[in-house]
Ligand binder design. Structure first.
Ligand SMILES: [Zn+2]
Length: 317
């Protein structure tokens, strides 16, 4: 009897203790959920809202801004032609509310320039990369294929973010330095291609490759009238088509760089002709591919393909 009393008391105590811990547990859990929600609802608006017209610039901005920024990149689909992009009402809203807007300019994203003029926001900072490096409409707009322009844009983004948010100056400086080290990998690869293959004749179906060809010391001989027309969605002059076909048929070029985002029956014809003649074809895109990778990893992957094609050609394969 005595023991069973003790046992019962113990059971009750355990029950009380269990209930107590259960209640405390629920309380702590609820408190944690509550604080997490509060933290995130406070943290979100304090982040700098950045809108980049293209994911190439958005990727660089997000690496410099790190956890202090929230970046929306508008043109980010590697399977659509970026030259044909048309703004949506969501884009207009994002542009209007952003603290910092980054556009390419040089006529590449005239939809973005229109949005900026329409919803002028005096408290907003705008970086037009083309203006920064002194390019004007009619020039080759694929600025991110030039390592020098990329470095100039990244430096300006660091300066702009510090101006917008001086309290986190040290963070932006550290992130910028990390980015510079990371960009060096693909930029060193360009230098290495230049060392090995400078002067090698190459062709491209679109303007996208021109800045990179120059940086890598390659001799881009495909008719500019052809590549510019393809970029602008126009029909290339007949003479430029014949000239391009002859360059491939007579194997004047070591590699054909094929823009996978601006495909026309004519560019497909050039690709087929190159393949028939045993000229390596290297596919590149204008937009980061795959979309979730970083700018520099994408660049580096494209350069490895280019390097391999140049190497294969130099071995006579
Ligand atoms: Zn293009």
């Amino acid at each position: 009897m005595y023991y069973s009393m003790i046992l019962m008391t113990m059971k009750i105590r355990l029950l009380i203790a269990g209930t107590f811990f259960l209640i405390v547990g629920i309380g702590i859990g609820a408190y944690l959920i509550h604080t997490t929600q509060i933290t995130s609802s406070i943290a979100q608006p304090s982040k700098i809202q950045i809108v980049a017209a293209e994911s190439v610039w958005g990727s660089i901005a997000s690496q410099i801004g790190g956890t202090e920024v929230r970046v929306i990149s508008i043109v980010s689909d590697p399977n659509a032609d970026p030259h044909e992009y048309e703004a949506t009402t969501n884009d207009a809203r994002a542009f209007a509310s952003a603290k910092y807007v980054i556009v390419n300019g040089v006529g590449y994203d005239s939809w973005a320039t229109t949005l900026l003029t329409a919803g002028k926001n005096p408290s907003q900072k705008v970086l037009t990369v083309g203006d920064l490096i002194g390019k004007k409409e009619g020039d080759n707009p694929h600025l991110w294929y030039s390592p020098a322009y990329v470095n100039a844009a990244a430096k300006q983004m660091e300066i702009d973010l510090i101006a917008l948010d001086p309290a986190h100056k040290a963070v932006y400086e550290a992130n910028y330095e990390t980015l510079q080290h990371s960009l060096a990998e693909y930029q060193d690869r360009i230098v290495s291609i230049a060392h090995q293959y400078a002067g090698t004749k190459v062709a491209s179906t679109e303007d996208v490759f021109a800045y990179l060809a120059t940086a890598a010391g390659l001799d881009l001989v495909s008719p500019p009238a052809f590549t510019e027309a393809v970029a602008e969605g126009n029909d290339p002059p007949a003479q430029s088509v014949v000239e391009f076909q002859n360059q491939l048929k007579t194997k004047q070029v070591s590699v054909l760089v094929y823009n996978e985002q601006t495909i026309t029956p004519l560019t497909e014809g050039m690709k087929k002709l190159a393949a028939d003649e045993g000229i390596p074809v290297v596919g590149i895109t204008e937009t980061i591919q795959p979309a979730n990778t970083s700018f520099q990893d994408w660049m580096n992957a494209e350069l490895i393909n280019l390097e391999n094609a140049l190497h294969a050609k130099s071995l006579g394969r």
